[in-house]
Design a protein. Structure first.
Length: 437
């Protein structure tokens, strides 16, 4: 076909990993006219799968520099029809793979929009043997640096309504959080990152959750997790320890590529917050705690790193007024976010806090840990102003009973045959970690 620069050609791409399949679309597009790329936005991608490795502007920069591309416009959802109706391109180009499977309805909608004004759909054979998702996964793992990983939490907060973090106490538990995904209503659901819990780090070492397991040990564990994963991590920093040590602590935590540390406003021998009786726990004076936060904020070297203040008022049977008084002080001291904790089975107190908090602070991230009020959904948390949900201990709590069961069964039976159906097969474990075979 003769080149006709007056005609416009629409191609929608996510283009997180650009490859020859994309170039096939562009090459054909060039023949038909000037190409407009509808670039899927970060938040549209995040609705359906893991956030892109490259952000919108980085992806836009690559595409804008391709021959034949006249402009790059945002496409705010996977559905093409809105942009098609708005831009009325003469042609739209797409791989023919969307005739089948889950993208079928997108094709129907695009065709409807094109038909309204006489636009044409050109389908070209799908380029086999290359997968954008597989490339992105490879990029995520092989190109992650401490800086890029650290910045992912702030990106998530910008892009997603609510981000979900799963506890990881070992590289193998973290690999589950890294790789697991399920498809629900056409969306690919994954965990956005990891929570390094003092409770499960201590418990998995057979130690009490009272700050005996020190930072050096815990950071060593996280380094091992980081060896094999790419997602961001939020670190449970307990009380933060002595304020005189806090600047050094922050530097060690930040340097590793951890995105945020959460410190709780308690003093004395730290005990876990979920104990029924917390009468032996003491909340720190709010001004002293605020000072610790500002020491930390001065010590960090990147803009991305976050120090989040955890308010223990409800744990210590105080009211929402006390929690709000503290929240104001901690935000003034520079806290980048607030975690509000509760051991109640109901979310009433955390929601009364979040309502008041949101009136005062529209954009300060709010983190919830629904361990005890676990009937509350992510959607409800988001509706109540929460930006991050942490599943704080679930991987360890899942694995321990499974191990106890099998160990008991082996004793009872004097052999392991009966336990086989509860175990992954030898073949599965040999295939689990690449390079084992
Ligand atoms: C942890 O996971 O260690 C926490 C959350 O600090 S909680 O156990 O609920 O106190
Ligand atoms: Mg803890």
């Amino acid at each position: 076909m003769k080149k006709n620069n007056k005609k416009s050609v629409y191609i929608a791409l996510a283009a997180d990993s650009i490859h020859h399949g994309h170039m096939n679309l562009i090459e054909v597009g060039r023949k038909y006219g000037e190409i407009i790329i509808g670039l899927i936005t970060d938040s549209a991608i995040a609705e359906y799968k893991r956030i892109p490795y490259l952000n919108f502007n980085q992806r836009k920069k690559i595409l804008s520099n391709l021959r034949g591309v006249s402009k790059v416009v945002p496409q705010n959802e996977y559905d093409y029809s809105k942009n098609i109706s708005k831009l009325k391109p003469d042609y739209m180009i797409h791989g023919d793979d969307w005739k089948y499977g889950k993208e079928k309805s997108l094709r129907v909608n695009a065709l409807k929009a094109l038909k309204k004004y006489g636009g044409k759909l050109i389908e070209i054979p799908y380029t086999k043997g290359i997968s954008s998702d597989a490339l992105t996964k490879f990029h995520n793992l092989s190109l992650v640096t401490p800086d890029s990983r650290r910045g992912m939490l702030r990106r998530l907060l910008e892009i997603k309504k609510i981000s979900r973090f799963i506890e990881a106490h070992s590289p193998i538990s973290a690999l589950i959080g890294e790789n697991i995904s399920i498809t629900k209503k056409g969306k690919n659901l994954t965990f956005d990152g990891f929570w390094s819990s003092s409770l499960t780090d201590s418990t998995s070492m057979g130690k009490p959750d009272n700050e005996y397991v020190d930072n050096t040990l815990r950071l060593n564990g996280i380094n091992n997790i980081f060896d094999v994963t790419s997602k961001p991590l939020i670190f449970d920093g307990d009380t933060g320890g002595k304020k005189e040590h806090f600047d050094m602590k922050i530097r060690s935590i930040e340097r590793l590529g951890i995105s945020a540390v959460i410190i709780e406003d308690k003093t004395g021998l730290k005990k876990n917050s979920l104990h029924k009786n917390t009468s032996n726990q003491t909340q720190e004076n709010a001004d002293i705690f605020a000072e610790k936060i500002s020491i930390g904020k001065k010590a960090q070297s990147s803009d991305d790193f976050m120090i989040i203040a955890r308010i223990e008022s409800f744990i210590l049977n105080k009211d929402v007024k006390d929690a709000m008084r503290r929240a104001k002080k901690y935000v003034e001291a520079g806290a980048d976010g607030i975690m509000i904790h509760s051991k109640s089975k109901k979310p009433n107190e955390v929601f009364s806090f979040s309502r008041q908090f949101r009136k005062l602070f529209k954009n300060i991230p709010l983190i919830g840990v629904p361990s005890s009020y676990n009937h509350v959904t992510e959607k409800q948390l988001a509706q109540n102003g929460f930006n991050v949900v942490i599943y704080a201990n679930h991987m360890l709590r899942a694995s321990y009973p499974a191990m106890v069961k099998v160990a008991g069964e082996i004793l009872r039976n004097g052999r392991s045959k009966e336990s086989d159906k509860k175990l992954m097969s030898i073949n599965e474990i040999l295939n689990l970690i690449p390079g084992t075979k």
